[in-house]
Design a protein around this ligand. Structure first.
Ligand code: GLN
Ligand code: ZN
Length: 742
C-alpha cells in the first residue's frame, strides 16, 4: 500500500471523484517503482514484478482472463476498464451501474481477503494482459533481472467458485491455453523467470488435483522464460515429491512454515533443479535469526552450490512496510523487528554470509528470556478443573432462569452501537491532548447513558453499554495489558483499500488493572435490566495480533486467557451478571492441514474455557462469532460451553443453523435475524419468518433474538428502526408459541 498507505488514499480519493484515473495510475506506478527500488537497494539479485494490484491480485487475474460476471458487462470502452474492475470488487465505481460485488474470502490462513472468481461450466478465457505486461516493462526499465509472477493455474481454479456446481478443475485445459499465451508474451519481453504461485500444494489435495498438477506442468514446459513453481504458508508433506518432480527448472519452498520439508527435499530434488528456500518469514515482524538460518542451509549450499536461491518465505504483502518509520518503539523492541524493507536486506545478508562461509551469533533475539515467573508457575500448574464451570449447563440454565426471569425469545444486541462522529472526535481530541481525561470519560459516560436509554425505550431484554470507548476490539485490550507493543505505521492490507494495524505480542501477557469494569459498572447502574460485560476472547486477541515466535501459540493463548479471567472475575465481583467473550476469529485460526485441526481446536477451546471457568453458576457467559462456517467446528463450539452463543446467520437464511440442528446443540443460541452490514432496515415479517425457521431447527426454549453482529458501522436512525421491529418480531413469536402450547 506504500509506506504511508499512499495507495489507500489515492483509491479512496478516486472513488470519491477527487482524483482522475490517470492520477490514480500514476500514483500506482510510483508505488511500484519505490518497492522495486527497495529490493534493488537491498542488493537482491532478482526483483519480482507483476504482483501489484489496485484492489486484489486474484481479481487482477480474473480480469486478465476475462472472468467478468455478466452483471458487470459494459460496452467496450477503454476508460471503463478500471471501473468494471472496481465494480466487481465493491459493487460500484465512478462509472457504470451498481451490481452485487463479488464474494470476498480469506486468502489461506492470512487476514488478507481476495475476491472469489466466479466461473461456470464451459467458461471461456480471453487474455487481456496489457496491464500486466506494462508493469513488467516498467520493471525492466530498472533492471534486466526481473522475475515475473502469477498465481498458478491450479491455485487460481481452486480459489474459484462455480455458480452451477460444475467442477472448476474441468476448466484446466482451457485455462492452460491462456497461461501458454502469457508465457509466450513474457518470453517476448526477454524476461528470464516466471514464478507461478501454487500455495495449494500445502493443502490436503484430492487425487484429481494432484493429477491436474502433473498434466498442467508437463504442458507448460517453458521456452526462453524459465518457470519457478512457488509454494508457501505450509509444509508440502505428502505433496513434496509431486512438487519436486514437476518438470520446471526451479522450486520455491516456505521453510519457515514447512521446516519438515527441509529434511526430505534434497533426496527428492532432481539434479537439474534450482531450489529456492524461503527462510525469511513473510508472515511476522521479527528479525530473522540469521545465525540459525545459516546453520540450517549450509548443507544445502554444499549440496546445491549455484542451484541454491534464498528468499522470503512468501510475498511481503502480509507484513508492514518499513520499520525505519517507527519512532516511538522502545529500542529494545525495535531492534528485534524487521518489516518488509528490512526483510529484503536480511535475504541479501544471509546469501552473502553463506557465500563467504562466515556468520556471527545474533545477540539477544529472545524477548524476555526469563519471562514472568509467577505467570509461568500458574500456567504450569493448570489442571482440568481450571477449564470447567462449577456445574453442567442444565443446572446453570435453571439457576439463571430463576435469576433473570427472561421471556422466551429474549432480545439482545452484539455489543457495539453506532460509532458517531462525536465519539470519534472525542477520542481523537483525547489522544491529541486537547480533551482532558476527565472530560473524555464524561463524554463516554454520556454515550453510555444514551445507549442505555435507547435500548430501554426500544424494549430490549438484555442490554449492552455500546463500546463507545473502544477504537478496536483487539487494540483496546492490548493497550491495557502488559506484553503488547504498538506500531505507528504497521499497516497490513486486509482487503482493497482497507488495512489493519495488528498489535504485537512482545512479552508475557499480564493484566495489572481492571480494563472494562468501571464502564460496565456505570452502565449497569443506569438500568435494572441485565447489562452484558463485553470482552474480546483469547483466540481473537491472538489471531488479530502479530505473535511471538519464542513460545508456542498455545502458551500465548493461555496467558491471554488468564489475563481475561481476572477481568471476568472483577466484572462478576462488581455486580455484572452476564459477560460476553467474543470469539469471531475462532474459525480463522484453523491450520491449513486437517491433521493439525484437532490440536488447535483443543487448545483454542481450552483457552476460552479457562477465561470464564471460575464464575458462579448464576453468571451467564455469552460468546459471539461471525462469518463462520460452523459445520467443521460445531463440536468445538459446543465444547466452549458458553451459556449463550450469538452467530451470523441472516445472510445465509438461517442455513448455518443446520449444523446446530444436526448436532443437537445443547446450549442457548441467538441466530442473527438481520444483516448489520447493510443500512437497509429489515421488515418485521422477514425477521418473523427467519425466527419461525430457526424455531424448527432449534427448540424454541434455546432461542435468543439479536442482529448478526455489532452495530458500530451503522447510524442511529436505521439502528433504532431495525431493533424496534426486531423486538416486535420477538413478541410476535412469543405470542405464537404461547398460543400453540395452550
Ligand atoms: N462485541 C463486538 C461488537 O459488537 C463484536 C464484534 C465482532 O464480532 N467482530 O462490535
Ligand atoms: Zn460479529
Amino acid at each position: 500500500m506504500g509506506k504511508q498507505r499512499e495507495l489507500k488514499w489515492a483509491l479512496e480519493d478516486y472513488w470519491r471523484g477527487g482524483l482522475s484515473q490517470e492520477q490514480l495510475l500514476t500514483e500506482a506506478k510510483d508505488i511500484r517503482q519505490q518497492h522495486w527500488q527497495v529490493q534493488l537497494d537491498a542488493g537482491l539479485d532478482w526483483i519480482t514484478a507483476g504482483d501489484f494490484a489496485l484492489y486484489d491480485h486474484v481479481l487482477n487475474h480474473s480480469y486478465m482472463f476475462s472472468v467478468v460476471p455478466e452483471r458487470f458487462h459494459v460496452e467496450q470502452e477503454s476508460t471503463w476498464q478500471w471501473d468494471t474492475y472496481f465494480r466487481m470488487a465493491r459493487g460500484r465505481s465512478t462509472q457504470g451501474e451498481d451490481g452485487a460485488a463479488c464474494e470476498m474470502t480469506k486468502w489461506f490462513d492470512t487476514n488478507y481477503h481476495y475476491l472469489v472468481p466466479e466461473l461456470k461450466a464451459g467458461q471461456a478465457f480471453h487474455l487481456k494482459s496489457d496491464v500486466w505486461l506494462d508493469e513488467l516493462k516498467q520493471a525492466l526499465t530498472l533492471t534486466p533481472n526481473v522475475k515475473a509472477v502469477l498465481i498458478g493455474p491450479l491455485t487460481y481454479l481452486w480459489l474459484s467458485k462455480t455458480q452451477d456446481g460444475s467442477d472448476p478443475l474441468d476448466l484446466l485445459p482451457a485455462l492452460l491455453d491462456v497461461y501458454a499465451e502469457l508465457l509466450h508474451q513474457v518470453s517476448g519481453l526477454g524476461i528470464q523467470w516466471l514464478q507461478l504461485d501454487e500455495p495449494i500444494l500445502g493443502l490436503d489435495l484430492p487425487q484429481a488435483w494432484k493429477q491436474g498438477f502433473e498434466s498442467a506442468y508437463n504442458q507448460l514446459k517453458s521456452g526462453a522464460t524459465q518457470l519457478m513453481l512457488a509454494t508457501y504458508f505450509s509444509e508440502l508433506n505428502d505433496n513434496l515429491s509431486l512438487a519436486c518432480l514437476l518438470p520446471v527448472p526451479a522450486l520455491h519452498l516456505d521453510v519457515v512454515r514447512g521446516k519438515g520439508d527441509l529434511n526430505k527435499v534434497l533426496d527428492r530434488l532432481p539434479p537439474y533443479k534450482i531450489l529456492s528456500l524461503g527462510v525469511v518469514n513473510g508472515r511476522n515482524i521479527w528479525r530473522t535469526d540469521e545465525h540459525a538460518v545459516c546453520e540450517t542451509i549450509t548443507p544445502f549450499q554444499e549440496a546445491l552450490g549455484e542451484r541454491l536461491w534464498i528468499g522470503s518465505s512468501c510475498s511481503l504483502l502480509h507484513v508492514p512496510e518499513d520499520l525505519d518509520q517507527e519512532t516511538q518503539l522502545h529500542t529494545d523492541i525495535k531492534q528485534r523487528f524487521a518489516f518488509a524493507k528490512q526483510k529484503c536486506a536480511e535475504v541479501s545478508a544471509i546469501a552473502t554470509r553463506i557465500e563467504k562461509g562466515t556468520w556471527e551469533t545474533n545477540q539477544d533475539l529472545a524477548i524476555n528470556p526469563k519471562g514472568n515467573l509467577e505467570l509461568n508457575a500458574r500456567l504450569a500448574e493448570l489442571n482440568e478443573h481450571d477449564f470447567r464451570r462449577h456445574s453442567a449447563f442444565e443446572q446453570r440454565k435453571a439457576i439463571q432462569q430463576q435469576a433473570f426471569e427472561l421471556p422466551a425469545f429474549a432480545t439482545t444486541t452484539i455489543g457495539s452501537f453506532p460509532q458517531t462522529n462525536e465519539i470519534r472526535q472525542a477520542r481523537l481530541a483525547y489522544k491529541q491532548g486537547s480533551l482532558s481525561q476527565a472530560d473524555y470519560e464524561d463524554a463516554m459516560k454520556q454515550e453510555i447513558q444514551q445507549a442505555v436509554a435507547e435500548q430501554e425505550s426500544i424494549g430490549l431484554d438484555v442490554l449492552v453499554h455500546g463500546e463507545a470507548e473502544r477504537n478496536d476490539m483487539v487494540e483496546y485490550f492490548g493497550q491495557q495489558l502488559d506484553g503488547y507493543s504498538f506500531t505507528q505505521y504497521g499497516w497490513v492490507q486486509s482487503y482493497g483499500s482497507r488495512c489493519v494495524k495488528p498489535p504485537v505480542i512482545t512479552s508475557d501477557i499480564v493484566r495489572n488493572e481492571p480494563m472494562t469494569v468501571r464502564w460496565s459498572q456505570y452502565a449497569q447502574s443506569l438500568t435494572s435490566r441485565p447489562m452484558k460485560g463485553m470482552l474480546t476472547g483469547p483466540i481473537t486477541m491472538l489471531c488479530w495480533s502479530f505473535t511471538r515466535e519464542d513460545i508456542p501459540l498455545k502458551t500465548q493463548a493461555f496467558q491471554l486467557a488468564l489475563a481475561l479471567q481476572k477481568e471476568v472475575l472483577d466484572l462478576e465481583a462488581a455486580g455484572i451478571t452476564m459477560i460476553q467473550v467474543d470469539e469471531p476469529a475462532l474459525r480463522e485460526g484453523l491450520p491449513l492441514r486437517k491433521h493439525d485441526w484437532q490440536d488447535y481446536l483443543r487448545w483454542a477451546v481450552d483457552a476460552f474455557r479457562l477465561s470464564v471457568a471460575p464464575v458462579k453458576d448464576s453468571t451467564q457467559i455469552h460468546t459471539h462469532m461471525c462469518y463462520a462456517e460452523f459445520n467443521d467446528i460445531i463440536d468445538a463450539i459446543a465444547q466452549l460451553d458458553a451459556d449463550v452463543i450469538t452467530i451470523e446467520t441472516s445472510r445465509s437464511n438461517m442455513e448455518l443453523l443446520d449444523a446446530f440442528e444436526a448436532y443437537a446443540y445443547p446450549n442457548d443460541i441467538g441466530p442473527g435475524v438481520y444483516d448489520i452490514h447493510s443500512p437497509i432496515v429489515p421488515t418485521q415479517e422477514w425477521m418473523v419468518e427467519l425466527l419461525r425457521k430457526a424455531a424448527k431447527a432449534i427448540p424454541p426454549e434455546q432461542l435468543w433474538v439479536n442482529p448478526d453482529c455489532g452495530l458500530k458501522t451503522r447510524a442511529w436512525p436505521e439502528t433504532r428502526a431495525a431493533l424496534t421491529l426486531m423486538v416486535n418480531a420477538a413478541q410476535q413469536l412469543r405470542h405464537e408459541f404461547a398460543q400453540a402450547s395452550v
